[in-house]
Ligand binder design. Structure first.
Ligand SMILES: Cc1ncc(COP(=O)(O)O)c(C=O)c1O
Length: 284
């Protein structure tokens, strides 16, 4: 698969791309990142992703080395023809082998661009199976996008082992949080329920768009703290992420959600999201 890597402004193939083994991103997962995609060849909702990146960087005392416009230009320069999936990663940079952030003064910017492989259409028409992970989301850093992703790696492994498309992570005290790399929603009596910021979620860019669309459609939306048992009362469920848009959830831990088929709210929100893309693509 063709891919391009931009490290500190130098674009190469993945084979040629090199970073130091003393980069604290590698040694300690000391980095922040964003995953975004293009529509019409343009990075989608870049300003919103950059704002979240700034929030993540500030939380770990990392100074972003490039301005927003330089970052956008470098992403555009690295993009391949056709739609792309983009990972923008800022590492702490090279330091000594201790965890002291004072030893690495020069953060590195890494942009990884690969062709976007569209999610298979059957996940939208049939819905997906998810499991409740045994991995818990915890710590103040759960809500920021850092490169310390061992929780997600273990949750992904568990989901694969159990044959599931995604996993739902609970907080340390058993409340619903979010997916491995997605936000989750329950539709109950016509109301859209989704874990709030206080449930340790990453506040998804797609989540922001979808909640606005839901309210515009006249749906009641409740952001809050929900027990995992709420799933048993769900009429339908769905998940969202930048690369997958709105995906209906048909089954959780082998039990059907509602009818076990994509529900009307998820289907309507997917349709609304896809038609909103054409308008939102004009946003910086
Ligand atoms: C933990 C987590 N929650 C939610 C999301 C969805 O965010 P977005 O809609 O910005 O892609 C992600 C994205 O990678 C994530 O890692």
């Amino acid at each position: 698969m063709p891919a391009l890597i931009n490290i500190n402004g130098v674009i190469t193939t993945p084979e040629e791309a090199k970073i130091s083994v003393l980069d604290h991103g590698l040694l300690f997962g000391d980095s922040v990142y964003e995953t975004l995609r293009t529509y019409g060849g343009k990075p989608f909702l870049f300003s919103r992703h950059y704002a979240r990146l700034e929030h993540s960087a500030a939380a770990i005392h990392l100074k972003l080395p490039w301005t927003k416009s330089k970052t956008f230009e470098e992403i555009r320069r690295t993009c391949l023809p056709g739609e792309c999936r983009i990972r923008l990663l800022i590492t702490r940079g090279v330091g000594d082998a201790s965890a002291d952030i004072g030893t690495s003064a020069d953060p590195a910017v890494i942009i990884i661009v690969v062709p976007l492989i569209p999610a298979p259409e059957h996940i939208y028409t049939d819905g997906v199976e998810v499991v409740i992970s045994s991995v818990r989301r915890s710590g103040w850093f759960a809500e920021i996008k850092t490169g310390s992703l061992i929780h997600q790696v273990m949750a992904r492994h568990e989901a694969n082992t159990r044959g599931a498309y995604e996993a739902i992570l609970l907080t340390a005290d058993g409340k619903l949080s979010d997916g491995i790399t997605s936000n989750i929603y329950i539709v109950c009596d016509g109301k859209v329920l989704t874990p709030s910021h206080d449930a340790g979620i990453v506040e998804g860019i797609t989540r922001g768009v979808v909640l606005t669309l839901a309210r515009d459609m006249g749906l009641q939306v409740e952001e809050g703290i929900f027990d995992a048992g709420q799933i048993n009362r769900a009429d339908e469920m769905f998940l969202t992420s930048s690369t997958r848009e709105v995906v209906p959830i048909a089954r959780v831990n082998d039990a059907a959600v509602g009818s076990g088929k994509p529900g009307p709210v998820a289907v309507a929100l997917l349709r609304a999201y896809r038609s909103a893309v054409g308008r939102l693509i004009r946003e910086d």
